[in-house]
Ligand binder design. Structure first.
Ligand code: PHB
Length: 399
């Protein structure tokens, strides 16, 4: 008993320190503790998110209340590494006294930070991590990215009207499980038959033996989720080397498997791959064309933003909205109200809004196909397959 009380006491002290740190009002400088990834698995993604966030800030700096400036404190979680993410978040709250936490490429990192955001009452703006249940882990979370259910459920519906049999291959962690479950549910309810599935390790899997099994089973279509970045290119190359396409198996997935910035590294094997996603750099919406042009101007003519960049861009838009509406004097309760009701009719990805009930994003989902346009591979948007879609996982759970 004694040791349990002692433990509880320690726990309470840690919680009180966090809460005290966060209650200090900010004057003038508003600090965002940004936790992303610059090393480890798919390290290319971190800079895309940071650049998206910084580009929004640069373009909209003039809208900040007079005397207010934003300072972004950048930290590297070194890949899916919850212990590291937690340590970084604690330090940002207690030592740096940040007004916002933001970022997180990977689900395990977001989950590790969630209880700290709750204890310290710090708004936590998620710009990528996409497992549906993350937002239920803290009332201080608002998500400006996506859920895997949002892409993979409409993908399953579309696939059911184009293919009879399917096989699934996903990374064995939260977003992979979500992509698999969402796809299977929709594909089967549309009359499709799932003839097998495999979950592969998140870190450094050798895709070849798994894909050989797929080839032996010969489904009409293979649905893949791996976290975007170099993992997507690795799976695409293995698919090519085993000749699955020639064997008559189509490759589809949520847009994570054809990230805009990796397409040129993938080469022709990506041609014709269909995906469903909320963002493509090739979209012809004027807001997207302006975004891509600003990106190229800031970062170089050969640079392309991706969905992670748009998560950073829209995440910063939500944060700046909360700052603007409070004239730079932040109160946590009001900040959460403003973030939870944020909407932007003209995001590069189309209209978006936050569902105040779940604090999760509502957005369109587009069917895309990789095509060669003016010599370059692009995710060409073909149709809007879901209009202002709420996270389907939460909708099913609510029923
Ligand atoms: C995640 O860990 O939540 C995650 C990472 C990369 C993606 C999608 C989701 O492409």
């Amino acid at each position: 008993m004694k040791s349990k009380n002692a433990r509880n006491g320690l726990h309470w002290i840690a919680g009180a320190t966090l809460a005290l740190a966060a209650s200090v009002a900010s004057a003038g400088t508003i600090k965002i503790g940004f936790i992303s990834d610059y090393s480890g698995l798919n390290a290319t993604l971190g800079p895309y998110m940071e650049r998206g966030m910084r580009l929004y800030l640069k373009e909209h700096q003039g809208e900040l209340p007079p005397g207010t400036r934003i300072k972004i404190l950048v930290r590297d979680a070194t890949g899916p590494n919850p212990d590291k993410a937690k340590e970084l978040a604690r330090e940002l709250i207690v030592h740096d006294k940040v007004d916002f936490l933001a970022g997180t490429i990977f689900t395990p990192n977001a989950l590790a930070i969630a209880p700290l955001a709750t204890q310290a009452k710090v708004p936590f703006v998620i710009m990528n991590a996409g497992t549906a249940m993350i937002t239920t882990r803290s009332p201080y979370i608002v998500r400006l990215s996506f859920t895997l259910w949002q892409s993979s459920y409409p993908l399953g519906k579309w696939a059911a009207s184009n293919y009879k049999t399917a096989y699934t291959l996903v990374s064995d962690y939260g977003p992979g499980h979500d992509a698999e479950q969402a796809f299977i549910r929709a594909f089967m309810s549309g009359g499709g038959r799932v003839i097998g599935g495999v979950r592969v390790p998140l870190q450094n899997p050798d895709f070849t033996p798994y894909l050989q099994r797929v080839k032996d089973k010969h489904p009409d279509v293979l649905m893949v989720f791996v976290p975007a970045g170099k993992s997507a290119t690795a799976v695409m190359r293995a698919f090519n080397e085993l000749g699955l396409h020639q064997a008559g198996v189509s490759l589809i997935g949520p847009g994570d498997i054809t990230p805009d910035e990796e397409l040129q590294n993938m080469g022709d094997v990506a041609l014709g791959v269909n995906t469903v996603f909320h963002y493509s750099a090739a979209a012809t919406r004027p807001a997207n064309e302006a975004f891509v042009a600003a990106w190229k101007k800031a970062y170089g003519e050969n640079e392309t933003p991706d969905f992670v960049s748009v998560g950073g861009w829209d995440g910063m838009a939500a944060i700046m909205h909360a700052i603007h509406e409070q004239n730079g004097k932040l109160r946590t309760k009001r900040t959460m109200e403003l973030l939870s009701h944020f909407s932007e009719p003209d995001s590069p990805r189309g209209p978006i809004r936050i569902d105040p009930q779940t604090r999760d994003i509502v957005q369109n989902e587009y069917l895309r196909e990789v095509r060669r346009v003016d010599g370059k591979l692009e995710n060409v948007e073909i149709a809007t397959v879901a209009d202002q879609l709420k996270d389907p996982w939460k909708q099913f759970a609510l029923k």
